[in-house]
Design a protein around this ligand. Sequence first.
Ligand SMILES: Cc1cc2nc3c(=O)[nH]c(=O)nc-3n(C[C@H](O)[C@H](O)[C@H](O)COP(=O)(O)OP(=O)(O)OC[C@H]3O[C@@H](n4cnc5c(N)ncnc54)[C@H](O)[C@@H]3O)c2cc1C
Length: 59
Amino acid sequence: MVGDGAVDAHGESWDAERLYVCNGSVLPTAVGVNPMITIQPVAYCVANGIADSISDKTT
Ligand SMILES: Cc1cc2nc3c(=O)[nH]c(=O)nc-3n(C[C@H](O)[C@H](O)[C@H](O)COP(=O)(O)OP(=O)(O)OC[C@H]3O[C@@H](n4cnc5c(N)ncnc54)[C@H](O)[C@@H]3O)c2cc1C
């Protein structure tokens, strides 16, 4: 929801269409433990979503 973060659940910016964020900056707060294993699957999911959205448009 706008106001809860800079991007939506797919990592896409609320403000700039097709601007995706897929690094540690999408974590809403400091996680308190080593974050890399969390950042990697988040980036993977965002990347898959981008790939799906591209293939939806080409098929
Ligand atoms: C010394 C150190 C040890 C760490 N050890 C651990 C650990 O043991 N376990 C753990 O979970 N976390 C660890 N972390 C934290 C972890 O590395 C980071 O949280 C994680 O790498 C962040 O991932 P990211 O993708 O958000 O950013 P990054 O991994 O920083 O990736 C950003 C990338 O963007 C590139 N870039 C920057 N500017 C531009 C530009 N203008 N154009 C193109 N590319 C650009 C950079 O070169 C870099 O490759 C450690 C961090 C440090 C510094």
